[in-house]
Design a protein around this ligand. Structure first.
Ligand code: SRM
Ligand code: SF4
Length: 570
C-alpha cells in the first residue's frame, strides 16, 4: 500500500467491497431475484453484502450449525434486521406492531435493543422479509442505512429530564440522519414495491461507491455521555445557554474496533474540532462525511474508518478540509463536562412535570422468560401509554412522558412482568454485553449469554470486599470488534476464543479513557481470580469516591492510554 504525495488518498488495489458497491446499481444488485429463489434461504454473491445497506445481515444459528451439517442440511439461513430509529424514539403503536411481528414471524421471538438505540429482529426467514419491511413501513419505520458503508442510525442522549434541550437535540439527530441517508430508491423498489425509475440515481453526499467504511454519528447532551461519543466518527456535543441549544462542539474520529494481532488497528478517542452554531450543523456533518468519503482508505478495510484517516492525514489537515468544504470556521470549543454514562433506572420527573420510567433490560433482550414475561409487559405498557418509548444506548427502555394519572398503572404492569425489581444491583446496571453467540458470525466467545453469570460473580466479589454499594463499568464483547463497547469500560473483556478473553483495565466512568490490556487470553475463572485481587486492593486502598478505573491507573496497576496510536500496545 502506498499513498500519494499529500498522503490524502491511499493508492493500491481497491478492496472488493469497492467493486461490489460500484457495480450494485445504487445498492440494488440482484437482491430482488434472490428474493424469489426459494431453493435457498440465502442471498448469494454480492447480494450477501448489499442487503446490509438495507439494514439486514444474513445469519444462521451457530448452536445448530454442526448438527445440520451432519444431517446434510444447509445452515438455517435467515436475516437479522436492524431498524433506523434516530435518537431511539418509538411510539407505542409502533411498538405493538414490532412486538407482533417478533412473535409471529421470527425464529427467536425476541426484540433485541442494541447499543445504538435501536432494535433488531433476529431470525427472519426469506419468505417473511418483504412482509417485515412492509409491516415496518406501515408504522413509519425503515431500516435504511443501519448497516453497510454509510452513516448509521444517529444517536441522541436519552435525557428525559431537560425536555426542551432534548427535543431540540433530538430534532437535530433526525435531521442529520435524513440529510446523510442514501438517496437511492433501491429500498423502496425492492421491499415496498415502490415505482421503478428509469433514471440513474444520484448520491450527492455519499457518492456512487458510498463511504469507505461504516460511519457513526451522535448528538450528545452533557453532562451525560450515555451514547459514548468516543465510539463514534462524528459527534455533536450540545451547548446550551439559558435553556436553549445554541450550537455544538464537534468531535471527530472515535472508534473502538481492532483486530487481534494487528497493531495497525486500535480503539481511538475522537478529537475536538471546535464549536459551531446550530445553523451550521448539516453543512459540517456533510463536510466531515465527504472528506472521509474522499480521503478514507478504500484499499484496506481494516484501516478505512475515519479514525485512521485522521491518523494518516493529521487532525489539522482534516479539520481545515472540513472548514473549506462547509464554509464554516470552527470556533473555540465551549467548556462542558461529562460526569456519567449510565441510565437512571426507575422514575425521574422532567422539568415539564412529566414522569419517565427507565426499565433495565439485561442485554437488551426483550423476550418472555419463565416467570419474567418482559415482552408481554412491554406490550401491555404500550397498550395504555400515551407518551413515547426511548431506547437507550445502554440497551434499556425508557417509558417517557407518563402523566401523573398513568404512573401507578404503568408501574404495576412493570412490576408484575419482572420489568421493575427491587434487588437490581448497581453493578448489574453498569454492565453490558454484545450479542455474540449464537447469531453473530464473528463471535469468538460468548458475551450476552455469559454476562448474567459474570455479573453475579462480580457482585460476589464486591460483597466479599464489603463494597457491595459500589459498581464498576463492566463490559463484555465476543470479539475485538467491540460492539458492547468494552474499549470504554473500566473493566473490558474482549473475546479471544471459546471461554477465553483479553482483560482490559483502566477506562473511566465518564467514557473518556480507553482501557489497556492487562492479561491476554485468560479463562473465566482466572478473570475472576485477577479481579478478586484488584477489587480487594481497591476496597482497601481506594481513595474516597475513587472509581475502580481511576484506582488502577493511580496505583500503577496499568498504564494510562493517552494517545492510543502510540501507547495502546506499548
Ligand atoms: Fe457491531 C459487526 C452487533 C454496535 C463495531 N455488530 C456487527 C455484526 C453485524 C456482525 C457482522 O458483521 O456480521 C453484529 C451482529 C450480531 C447479532 O447477531 O446481532 C453486531 N453491533 C452489534 C450490536 C447489535 C451489539 C449489541 O449488543 O447491541 C450493536 C448494534 C448497533 C446498532 O444498532 O447499529 C453494535 N458495533 C457496535 C459498536 C458500538 C457502538 O457503535 O456504539 C461497535 C464499536 C464502535 C465502532 O464502530 O468502532 C461495533 N460491529 C462493529 C464492527 C467493527 C467495525 C470496525 O471498525 O472494524 C463490526 C465488524 C465489521 O464492521 O466488519 C461489527
Ligand atoms: Fe459479534 Fe464481535 Fe460485535 Fe460481539 S463484538 S456482536 S461478537 S461482531
Amino acid at each position: 500500500m502506498t499513498t500519494d504525495n499529500n498522503n490524502l488518498v491511499v493508492q493500491g488495489k481497491l478492496a472488493d467491497n469497492e467493486r461490489l458497491k460500484g457495480e450494485s446499481n445504487f445498492l440494488r444488485g440482484t437482491i430482488a431475484d434472490d428474493l424469489k429463489d426459494d431453493l435457498t434461504g440465502s442471498f448469494v454473491g454480492d447480494n450477501f453484502q448489499l442487503i446490509r445497506f438495507h439494514g439486514m445481515y444474513q445469519q444462521d444459528d451457530r448452536d445448530v450449525r454442526a448438527e445440520r451439517a451432519k444431517q446434510k442440511l444447509e445452515p438455517l439461513q435467515n436475516v437479522m434486521l436492524r431498524a433506523r430509529l434516530p435518537g431511539g424514539i418509538i411510539k407505542p403503536a409502533q411498538w405493538l406492531s414490532i412486538d407482533k411481528f417478533a412473535d409471529e414471524k421470527t425464529l427467536y421471538g425476541s426484540i433485541r435493543l442494541t447499543t445504538r438505540q435501536t432494535f433488531q429482529f433476529h431470525g427472519v426467514l426469506k419468505p417473511n422479509i418483504k412482509l417485515m419491511h412492509q409491516t415496518l413501513n406501515q408504522v413509519g419505520i425503515d431500516s435504511i442505512a443501519t448497516a453497510g458503508d454509510v452513516n448509521r442510525n444517529v444517536l441522541c442522549t436519552s435525557n428525559p429530564i431537560e425536555s426542551v434541550i432534548h427535543q431540540q437535540a433530538y430534532e437535530w439527530a433526525v435531521k442529520i440522519s435524513e440529510h446523510l441517508l442514501p438517496k437511492t430508491r433501491a429500498y423502496a423498489e425492492i421491499w415496498l414495491d415502490g415505482e421503478k425509475k428509469e433514471t440513474t440515481d444520484h448520491e450527492p453526499i455519499l457518492g456512487s461507491n458510498y463511504l469507505p467504511r461504516k460511519f457513526k454519528t451522535t448528538v450528545v447532551i452533557p453532562p451525560l455521555n450515555d451514547i459514548d461519543v468516543h465510539a463514534n466518527d462524528l459527534n455533536f456535543v450540545a451547548i446550551a445557554q439559558d435553556g436553549k441549544l445554541v450550537g455544538f462542539n464537534v468531535l471527530v474520529g472515535g472508534g473502538l474496533a481492532m483486530t487481534h494481532g494487528d497493531q495497525a488497528t486500535f480503539p481511538r478517542k475522537a478529537d475536538d474540532f471546535g464549536f459551531i452554531g446550530v445553523e451550521d450543523t448539516l453543512a459540517v456533518a456533510e463536510a466531515v462525511v465527504t472528506t472521509q468519503r474522499d480521503w478514507g482508505n478504500r484499499v484496506d478495510r481494516k484501516n478505512a474508518k475515519t479514525k485512521y484517516t485522521l491518523e494518516r492525514v493529521g487532525v489539522e489537515t482534516f479539520k481545515r478540509e472540513v472548514e473549506k468544504r462547509s464554509g464554516v470556521t470552527f470556533g473555540e470549543s465551549h467548556p462542558y463536562e461529562f460526569t456519567e454514562r449510565g441510565d437512571r433506572i426507575g422514575w425521574v420527573e422532567g422539568i415539564d412535570g412529566k414522569h419517565h420510567l427507565t426499565l433495565f433490560i439485561e442485554n437488551g433482550r426483550i423476550l418472555d422468560y419463565p416467570g419474567k414475561p418482559l415482552k408481554t409487559g412491554c406490550a401491555e405498557i404500550a397498550k395504555i401509554h400515551q407518551g413515547d418509548f426511548r431506547l437507550t444506548a445502554n440497551q434499556n427502555l425508557i417509558v417517557a412522558g407518563v402523566s401523573a394519572e398513568n404512573k401507578a398503572k404503568i408501574e404495576d404492569i412493570a412490576r408484575s412482568h419482572g420489568l421493575m425489581v427491587d434487588d437490581l444491583s448497581l453493578q448489574r446496571q453498569d454492565s453490558m454485553a454484545c450479542v455474540a453467540l449464537p447469531t453473530c458470525p464473528l463471535a469468538m466467545a460468548e458475551a450476552e449469554r455469559y454476562l448474567p453469570e459474570a455479573v453475579t460473580q462480580l457482585e460476589g466479589l464486591l460483597a466479599k470486599h464489603e463494597i457491595a454499594q459500589k459498581s464498576i463499568i463492566y463490559r463484555v464483547t465476543g470479539c475485538p470488534n467491540g460492539c458492547g463497547r468494552s474499549m470504554l469500560a473500566e473493566i473490558g473483556l474482549v473475546g479471544k476464543g471459546p471461554g477465553k478473553y483479553n482483560l482490559h483495565l483502566g477506562g473511566n466512568r465518564q467514557g473518556t479513557r480507553i482501557p489497556k490490556m492487562y492479561k491476554e487470553n485468560i479463562g473465566e475463572q482466572q478473570i475472576m481470580d485477577e479481579l478478586d485481587v484488584l477489587i480487594g486492593l481497591w476496597a482497601k486502598d481506594g481513595q474516597s469516591a475513587e472509581s475502580f478505573g481511576d484506582f488502577v491507573i493511580r496505583t500503577g496497576v496499568i498504564a494510562e492510554v493517552v494517545n492510543s496510536a502510540e501507547d495502546f500496545y506499548a
